[in-house]
Design a protein around this ligand. Structure first.
Ligand code: OAD
Length: 238
């Protein structure tokens, strides 16, 4: 079975109704990124950061996968697929993708602020008894190790532990497909460097950020759903 690796970003979820980060009207235009998504921001005002992610969870609550997510998931039938995503939503999983690596954390998890990656201290949301359908973490709530519970989000200035698994997958890819990312944030943006030069590379994005570098990138300048349809047509005909 051929190995297919996806790298997805915020554009993947636009047709589900979510905003991107860097386009006009994007999340970082309305919220100061270094306050809500950096390690220093968390250290200086954890209550503000928790309130931001409580708000985001409520906003994401009724969001459903789009056709693009479903088409990505459908490839599990014919290929050995790994989805590497920068997104903190769970729309790939809800659409049915079996193997998803989250590089930047997961909105529906809380963790210890002392031991972020230790699954022993993770808390899955929704949580019984918490506000707005269990998605709002109360102020001052503690993890089981006694530290403040924090969103399981990889903040700027922090390591990206899952990049090592993502690199291993990228190195094995027969087909590498990038969808909806401006490729501004590292190390995610460097993943293509690990993809063998013989691998077929596709980029689906209405404003593609990548020209032809080391790889011969097949650019599909469409949204995620239309782009996935076109990609599947190309793959079936080749
Ligand atoms: P960006 O907001 O930087 O880029 C979004 C990309 O989606 C752009 O290239 C758009 O052209 C594209 N796009 C817009 N509409 C689309 C559609 N319908 N279909 C497909 N693509 C579309 O988002 P990311 O590259 O994902 O990190 O940002 C990377 C990281 O920066 C995020 O994971 C987040 C942020 O800071 C953290 O929160 C840790």
């Amino acid at each position: 079975m051929k190995k297919v690796v996806f790298l997805t970003g915020a554009g993947m979820s636009v047709e589900s109704g979510l905003t991107t980060f860097r386009d006009a009207g994007g999340l970082w235009e309305n919220y100061p990124v270094m306050q809500v998504a950096s390690h220093d921001g968390w250290e200086s005002n954890p209550d503000y950061v928790n309130a931001f992610y409580n708000m985001l969870r409520t906003k994401y609550k009724d969001v459903k996968p789009c056709e693009g997510h479903r088409l990505v998931a459908s490839m599990d039938n014919d290929y050995d697929v790994t989805v590497v995503t920068q997104n903190v939503d769970n729309l790939h999983e809800v659409a049915g993708s079996k193997h998803v690596i989250h590089l930047h954390g997961e909105l529906m998890k809380m963790c210890s602020s002392r031991d972020v990656d230790n699954p022993r201290f993770w808390v899955n949301l929704p949580h019984d008894g918490w506000g707005e359908d269990g998605l709002e973490v109360p102020v001052g709530e503690k993890a089981e190790d006694g530290s403040l519970l924090r969103p399981y989000i990889v903040f700027f200035q922090e390591n990206v532990p899952n990049i090592y698994d993502a690199i291993e997958e990228a190195q094995k890819a027969d087909i590498f497909i990038i969808i909806g990312t401006s490729l501004n944030v590292y190390p995610a943006a460097s993943l293509l460097q690990y993809v063998p030069r013989s691998t077929e590379v596709y980029l689906i994005d209405p404003h593609p950020a990548l020209g032809n570098g080391s790889h011969n990138v097949h650019i599909i300048d469409k949204g995620a759903s239309e782009g996935m349809k076109e990609l599947l047509r190309i793959m079936h005909n080749s």
